[in-house]
Ligand binder design. Structure first.
Ligand code: ADP
Ligand code: MG
Length: 347
């Protein structure tokens, strides 16, 4: 049984970066406003994530590391419209199976917190402990008991770059949360909770931020409305009942003359989660193509709000790739927003 758990864990947890992603997703789901991530040796030796979210009771903490324990799915219908980041209840059990795992958690109004420690071949330790409100998970010696997987880890620099990339995506997708990422006592990333543009400065750098222009909101053209696409600015988001898929699109794209950005300078955030989508990349390129045929690598940060029923995040265990029910319409919304913005910029 242990072996099966470890194999299954490998599918969820491949790298230090996947541990970071799962733990930070949990912190976001718990309503954290401050998330502190600390690594030793790029996460190979230690990954610690501390949050000031709602914490867990002792009973819930003991459940949390059991396989398929999730507090986030109440019934099958919930699967249709998932709004929390996690829902499978596999992350903590998987991380617990392949590391020396410690969890300390306390709810704001509880007198004491709970500490849980897991290590292969030992009985789980559960004790009461003084702790600040929130949750800290520490995974040490990742893959110490799965040598085959340990062998696949790359150099410290490479593993760190994966973590930096994931935390950068999370910073762009969560303006209201402040993140700190530290490796071997050195601060690598730090974001204050602020607006999207500041996050762009932080993650893509001043050089890129300088040439970014805000996406033009749609002016509610009849054709868009009749085709069922709704491109609305945040203030008019309340019209959600009149059409679907409801798309709210916002963000920043690079000015037409900017051509030197790299292929990975395209960021998409769907319903507050960073996602990657070859289709969305194509839609953006097409939007630029009519104006500037040789601009293959624009920089963009685009946020979409879509009816959760339209988004299939079951595609991949890491929940990174998404599939849209009504993909054509959504791609069209993105394409048109890019074209509109470039056109308005020329005027
Ligand atoms: P999932 O996120 O898919 O529900 P996880 O294995 O990641 O599964 O977590 C299991 C459960 O543990 C969650 O449903 C949640 O109730 C609880 N949990 C995990 N991390 C935290 C945290 N940082 N703060 C509060 N509760 C947490
Ligand atoms: Mg989770």
């Amino acid at each position: 049984k242990d072996t099966i758990n470890k194999i299954a864990a490998g599918e969820v947890i491949e790298l230090p970066a996947s541990v970071v992603k799962e733990l930070v997703d949990n912190s976001i789901d718990a309503g954290a406003k401050n998330i502190y991530i600390e690594l030793k040796d790029s996460g190979k030796k230690m990954i610690l994530v501390r949050d000031d979210g709602k914490g867990m009771s002792q009973k819930d903490a003991v459940l949390s590391y059991k396989k398929h324990a999730t507090s986030k799915l109440r019934n099958a219908a919930d699967l249709e419209s998932i709004s929390t980041l996690g829902f499978r209840g596999e992350a903590l059990s998987s991380i617990g199976a392949v590391s020396k795992f410690e969890l300390i958690t306390k709810r704001k109004n509880d007198a004491v917190g709970t500490r849980i420690y897991l290590e292969e071949g030992k009985k789980p330790e559960v004790s009461s402990i003084g702790a600040p409100a929130g949750t800290t998970v520490c995974a040490a010696d990742l893959f110490y008991n799965t040598p085959a997987r340990l062998k696949y880890l790359k150099s410290d620099a490479t593993e760190l770059s994966h973590v930096v990339s994931i935390v950068g995506d999370l910073i762009l997708a969560n303006e209201g949360i402040s993140f700190t990422l530290v490796n071997n006592n050195k601060t690598i990333l730090k974001s204050a909770s602020s607006d999207l543009f500041n996050s762009i400065v932080n993650i893509l750098g001043h050089e890129v931020a300088r040439i970014m222009i805000p996406l033009e909101p749609a002016s509610g053209t009849p054709s868009a409305a009749s085709s069922g696409i709704l491109s609305v600015t945040p203030s008019s988001a309340s019209v959600s009942s009149t059409a679907s898929p409801v798309v709210e699109i916002s963000g920043y794209i690079s000015k037409p003359e900017y051509t030197k950005s790299a292929a990975d300078n395209m960021y998409f955030i769907v319903n507050d989660r960073p996602i990657s989508s070859k289709e969305l990349i194509k839609a953006v390129r097409l939007g630029y193509y009519t104006k500037i045929p040789n601009n293959r690598y624009p920089a963009v940060v685009i946020r979409l709000l879509v009816d959760p029923k339209e988004v299939d995040i079951n595609v991949h265990p890491q929940k990174i790739e998404v599939r849209f029910q009504n993909e054509k319409e959504i791609l069209k919304t993105v394409l048109e927003a890019v074209e509109r913005t470039l056109k308005a910029f020329e005027l």
